[in-house]
Ligand binder design. Sequence first.
Ligand SMILES: Cc1cc2nc3c(=O)[nH]c(=O)nc-3n(C[C@H](O)[C@H](O)[C@H](O)COP(=O)(O)OP(=O)(O)OC[C@H]3O[C@@H](n4cnc5c(N)ncnc54)[C@H](O)[C@@H]3O)c2cc1C
Length: 435
Amino acid sequence: MGDTLREQDGPAAALPHHAVVGLGAGPANLSLAALGGDHVPGGIVLFERREGPAWHPGLLRTGTQLQTSWIKDLVSLADPCNRFSFLNYLVSTGRIYAFLHAQYESIPRLEFARYLGWAAKELGTVRYGSCIRAVDFAGGRFVLSGSDGSPVATADHVVFGLGTRPDLPPCFAGRQIAGVVQAENLDQYLSTVPSLPYEQVIVVGGGQTGAEAVLGLLQRGFRDIRWIGRRQWFAPMDESPSANDFYRPTYLRFFQGLPQAVRERYVAEQTLTSDGISMATLQQLYQVNYEAYLRDGRSPVMMLPGRNVVRAAERDGAVALWCERDWGGQERHAARHVVMATGRRAAPLPLSDRLLSMMETDAASGEPAVESDYSVRWKHSETHRMYVQNRSRLGHGLADPNLSLLAVRSAIIVNSLLERRVFDIKDEQMNTVWA
Ligand SMILES: Cc1cc2nc3c(=O)[nH]c(=O)nc-3n(C[C@H](O)[C@H](O)[C@H](O)COP(=O)(O)OP(=O)(O)OC[C@H]3O[C@@H](n4cnc5c(N)ncnc54)[C@H](O)[C@@H]3O)c2cc1C
């Protein structure tokens, strides 16, 4: 290992060096750069594999809305006077009046994507088109390598904000089946495939993305849609005041101190406070389905809850799906187009074997052991920190994969990086007593 260190030290020394780099320029790392940039010499540089600003670009259809208050922007919960606030974005772009008069209860997802693009531009430290394939530790610094394997930069500290990618049921693993499309590619797919409105389409996945895919198909004129979900019902998100208490810094601290078995149970029980369908989306879908029946004598959407897709195959130019039913037995559905909206999983961490061997990982998941300040436990963590955002819902609760406590998580990381309390996270008037 010593030889490798010396070999890599030479070329690495000539690379641009940064105090803190972030991998990924999604909301997580943009928030970090917006809150921490002014406190780090040279700002926090973000390497982003996309060619330009984008936030879930295939899922910004008209009518889709943020499930989080716009007050919970990149910075405001930790630093409301910060120039990267959503309010400053609206005022700076001259749209504050038009926005207010449109009277949104929830803002369009497209608006949030535009806000992120504005923040990235204002920051000026996002390096687009920079996919980082490997992070190594050599010569007393992190070495980042790009797509072709050559080193592109070095850093003292690294923050991973790589987000998630679509997940598929095991029966689809490693297979390309013609006619099966990810929900985020649906619009693009339909613009290239000749399809008739009366053709059958199956949507698999009973969450928000599945519901939006069904609505999107209805808007395009499809009239024979089967919607398959695993739960007993297409469950709405619990946005009640008591459920929202899970998304407070006080609860976060309580949760982090719980034994693992309790955290696992709580995360499972709280899922619908995060992963349910917006009530507005459900109502819209039910109303479109109802009105279509009035007009055509037939509802376009057949809801099929309580079914788990266990097998998929191409059959006579269509896709056949076999579903295990909650109440026993299997049934088969077939359609020319199948839209998959079956959840997301964390993007892989691009770590060299050497770096991985210096880290403490969870035996079951292989994921890094994450401290309460989101730092990773590893050999040189006293002097060189690694942090991970949005990949520890079991350790940090359901706020971790969500936008709700985005600014709070970034503030905790900045405080930890700088080893002083730059941001004071206040959460007074807690009427619910957890412990
Ligand atoms: C359609 C949709 C809507 C959502 N709406 C809400 C909502 O309303 N409220 C809420 O609380 N949560 C919402 N979420 C959940 C979550 O808040 C978002 O997924 C959010 O984008 C997570 O932010 P992130 O920065 O962790 O990850 P991402 O937004 O996924 O960003 C990660 C970035 O890292 C880049 N990247 C990945 N690998 C590399 C690499 N090797 N090198 C360089 N760059 C890389 C990616 O290109 C990406 O831009 C939503 C999720 C989806 C899918």
